[in-house]
Design a protein around this ligand. Structure first.
Ligand SMILES: Cc1ncc(CN)c(N)n1
Length: 231
């Protein structure tokens, strides 16, 4: 930290997440620039792959709710900043919205959500979320994982909207849901929360948070593979 009482710490020093993203760039790019995402971006996506993703992600998002509830609970118990709660509560509100959107989108594509069976990659991911719910997992680790999960979708779908995209009109709503500016801003808020906690975390917590980030990236790749029919 520089000799100014740390006032410029966030603007001048490298954050933990920045360091990790540089260190694990290859894995991060695999998760955020997957062939499934590229197929949406270049318009060659197979709609049956999209439908698989939609049904599987609905199951995932339902499992994501108790995970986020556990992050909220940890924030309430462990956070030194009351505004974390508001950011997380905003996330909960958008999940509520997301679930309604999945139902509407599924009916548009003729998918019966009640008959979707979770595939292995999805089960693995949901099991990981469940492991983070444990009160033994501290707030810093859980909120780092939470940021990573949201950030992968934000970057992936933002790529589908960025200049030169040929994404099919039918998938525009999907791309905008996670690729829009407000969701991007929300991910920045989550990253700031994670970085603030990581900056004061002891070594063992830092190791666990870095492991959680890597596991998220690996599980996201598995999830895209599943949708893309690469199992
Ligand atoms: C697999 C997965 N990862 C992230 C997100 C974004 N909430 C999602 N809906 N699904």
């Amino acid at each position: 930290m520089e000799g100014n009482g740390g006032r410029n710490a966030t603007s001048t020093s490298t954050t933990t997440i920045e360091t990790w993203l540089n260190k694990h760039r290859l894995m991060y790019n695999k998760a955020t620039q997957h062939p499934f995402i590229h197929s949406i971006r270049d318009g060659t996506v197979n709609f049956s792959s999209f439908k698989i993703w939609l049904g599987q992600d609905y199951i995932f998002v339902r499992e994501f709710v108790p995970f986020l509830a556990s992050v909220l609970l940890k924030a309430w118990k462990e956070s030194d900043d009351g505004s974390d709660m508001e950011v997380l509560l905003g996330g909960m509100a958008s999940l509520n919205d997301e679930i309604s959107w999945f139902k509407k989108e599924a009916s548009k594509w003729g998918i019966l959500l009640s008959s979707v069976i979770p595939q292995k990659a999805n089960q693995d991911y949901c099991r990981f979320l469940e492991s983070l719910i444990s009160p033994e997992v501290n707030y810093t680790v859980a909120v780092t994982a939470f940021w990573a999960i949201e950030a992968v979708y934000q970057e992936s779908f933002f790529l589908c909207l960025s200049s030169g995209s040929n994404a099919p009109i039918e998938l525009m709503e999907t791309c905008q849901r996670w690729g829009n500016d407000a969701f991007g801003q929300y991910c920045v808020s989550l990253r700031n929360i994670a970085n603030r906690n990581l900056a004061k975390a002891p070594g063992d917590v830092l190791r666990k948070a870095e492991d959680a980030l890597l596991r998220v990236l690996e599980l996201e790749v598995g999830f895209w593979n599943m949708s893309h029919g690469e199992m």
